[in-house]
Design a protein around this ligand. Structure first.
Ligand code: SF4
Ligand code: SF4
Length: 193
């Protein structure tokens, strides 16, 4: 895939490991979902190949490897995504306010007043998902380069923003073993959304 996308002129590629949740568990029945070991081994091979041909290849598990952070992504600032049904979500997994997960919704368009009304309490809750508040991550040796991993995936898998997913954690640590941390951005690497 890296070689094919490169042949089309693509310079920056991100991928993610497939995971099953209550919402998509049929995936496990229809497809063979690779283990975290298969994903990381495949990623490392593809990353090496991408580097050789001048392409940036990243994983959502590695988005913070270039610089230290306390918040995994803009979802935990939070920064807004306006959904097509008029809600403000902090995370791409909540792409429709009515479908949820509700936890990422912190605002709603009020058509009568013609303004977005923010829920400050929810915004504060989302912002509190930072490394120092993640008991299972705050003493991790690579904590500042992961900050608890993707909140959306974690919530879909566990129902909590403040716990830790073992498979994702093990995969991130394995990739951190092979890739440099804190070295700044690579060529063609783009900011995490
Ligand atoms: S899915 Fe993960 S990476 Fe994407 S916006 Fe949500 S928390 Fe951030
Ligand atoms: S414990 Fe795992 S999930 Fe938490 S910061 Fe470290 S690598 Fe990331």
């Amino acid at each position: 895939m890296v070689e094919y996308l490169s042949s089309l002129g693509v310079k920056t590629i991100y991928g993610d490991n497939i995971f099953s949740t209550d919402a998509n568990e049929y995936m496990n029945q229809q497809y063979s979902v690779p283990s975290w070991q298969d994903y990381t081994e495949g990623f490392i091979k593809a990353k090496k190949r991408a580097k050789k041909i001048g392409v940036f290849y990243g994983s959502w598990l590695t988005v913070n490897f270039h610089t230290e952070t306390t918040h995994n992504c803009s979802s935990c600032i939070p920064l807004p995504r306006l959904t097509t049904d008029g809600y403000v979500s902090s995370c791409d997994v909540t792409s429709l306010g009515k479908d949820g997960p509700e936890i990422f919704i912190y605002g709603k368009w009020n058509p009568d007043r013609k303004k977005i009304e923010y829920n400050i309490k929810q915004s504060v809750l989302l912002n509190s998902r930072s490394l120092e508040n993640l008991d299972r991550c705050k003493h991790c040796s690579i904590g500042p380069y992961c900050a608890g991993s993707c909140a959306g995936k974690l919530y879909l898998k566990t129902g909590s923003l403040f716990t830790m997913d073992h498979e994702t954690c093990k995969a991130t640590k394995k990739l951190a073993h092979y890739l440099p941390l804190g070295m700044g951005k690579e060529e063609y690497e783009i900011e995490h959304p």
